[in-house]
Design a protein around this ligand. Structure first.
Ligand code: SF4
Length: 367
């Protein structure tokens, strides 16, 4: 069959300098990468590596680990060595951990200017160590830990305050010729967050890491992230994304990947096009869509499968998809590449769709 033709992009990507987070390019026209953060105790090397392996299998390209204690620092060499994806050390409060993370082979270090009090006199040394090791730094400003000086200047964590904080911190590194930087300015309110990233995008050429912080439980966090990232990415802003959910990190990867796929920034994987159902439906569309989705989960091919409840839009959508069903009168017309290949009783719709999907996937070269 014809490979799916991606739609033209909504906007030209913002021009940014490129940094390398280990083997993953960020910015400078590189594909937008998806990252997450482990929830294990970093000091527990096995549990952390196990979670990193799960994240990697789910499509995570960069992983961040929190480094709050000396025990965590000591775990970094083993984690950085055995992880199949680049590891970023997330460091607050302790400049000496930054040096240790660089020595440990971490691909990047994230620092939060608002939290590193003793930071200022250490910038020169950090810039030198990072530069010698080829390790980029993420300047990660969070609304919740904004520099006190800026908090009193602006009254609260406004977009302007977040941006000023980030750029000020960058300038400390720039004074030492260090520009191997990416920036995040996170806020829990997508409106403030979108404003902050827009301003940042205009005022510098560093690659940007998008995030809505404390986005919330899965449903709310998914909506907030999709809306905020969607608005920015549609304008060409954003080089790497992290969805924050109060849910297992693999869920963050699924949501992040789906956001990129929705915007045509990533080749679509499996896509289920199912109707919302209505009074005309002659089959339980929700159940059908759920069963088909479950049956095809993880199929590594860009396949569009239409699940339609009746014959009004059913045949049209089913024809546009690689594979589909239009239901009616206790039966389902099965479409493959626009042709009705058979009509099966309702009870066989799911198994027939799965069977045909696997056959198409094999034709498309999946193992
Ligand atoms: Fe309703 Fe049919 Fe459209 Fe589904 S395909 S929403 S059942 S009209």
């Amino acid at each position: 069959g014809m490979p799916p033709v991606p739609p033209p992009p909504l906007a030209k990507r913002r021009a940014s300098r490129q940094i390398m987070v280990g083997s993953v390019p960020v910015g400078g026209g590189a594909p937008v990468s998806v990252q997450s953060m482990t929830t294990t105790l970093t000091a527990d090397v096995n549990a952390t590596l196990q979670q990193i392996a799960e994240l990697t299998a789910a499509g995570c390209q960069i992983v961040r680990v929190a480094v709050p204690s000396q025990d965590d620092v000591e775990a970094l060499p083993a984690i950085a060595k055995k992880s199949k994806i680049p590891v970023i050390a997330d460091i607050h409060f302790q400049p000496k951990y930054v040096f240790a993370a660089i020595d440990a082979g971490c691909a990047a270090v994230r620092v939060n200017p608002g939290n590193i009090r003793q930071f200022d006199d250490k910038v020169k040394e950090i810039a030198k160590a990072a530069s010698d090791a080829g390790v980029p730094i993420r300047i990660g400003v969070n609304a919740g830990s904004l520099d006190k000086r800026l908090l009193s200047k602006y009254g609260k964590a406004t977009a302007e305050a977040l941006v000023e904080s980030a750029l000020w911190e960058c300038s400390l590194f720039e004074e030492h010729g260090f520009r191997d930087i990416k920036i995040s300015v996170k806020h829990n309110d997508p409106v403030v967050m979108i404003r902050a990233y827009r301003q940042l995008a205009e005022q510098c050429d560093y690659p940007l890491h998008l995030g809505v912080t404390e986005a919330g439980p899965a449903f709310q966090g998914t909506i907030k992230s999709a809306v905020a990232f969607g608005a920015l990415l549609a304008e060409g802003i954003g080089d790497t994304i992290r969805v924050s959910l109060s849910a297992p990190p693999v869920e963050e990867i699924k949501v992040g990947t789906a956001i990129l796929e929705s915007l045509g920034l990533r080749e679509r994987g499996l896509e289920i096009v199912s109707c919302p159902s209505c009074g005309r439906a002659q089959v339980d569309v929700y159940k059908l869509a759920e069963e088909v989705t479950a049956g095809l989960e993880g199929l590594p091919v860009p396949l569009r499968v239409a699940v339609m409840g009746c014959v009004v839009n059913g045949p049209g959508e089913a024809r546009e998809a690689d594979l589909g069903v239009a239901s009616g009168n206790g039966k389902g017309q099965i479409f493959v590449k626009g042709q009705v290949i058979k009509t099966v009783p309702e009870g066989q719709i799911v198994e027939t769709l799965i069977e045909e999907a696997l056959r198409l996937a094999e034709e498309m070269g999946a193992e």
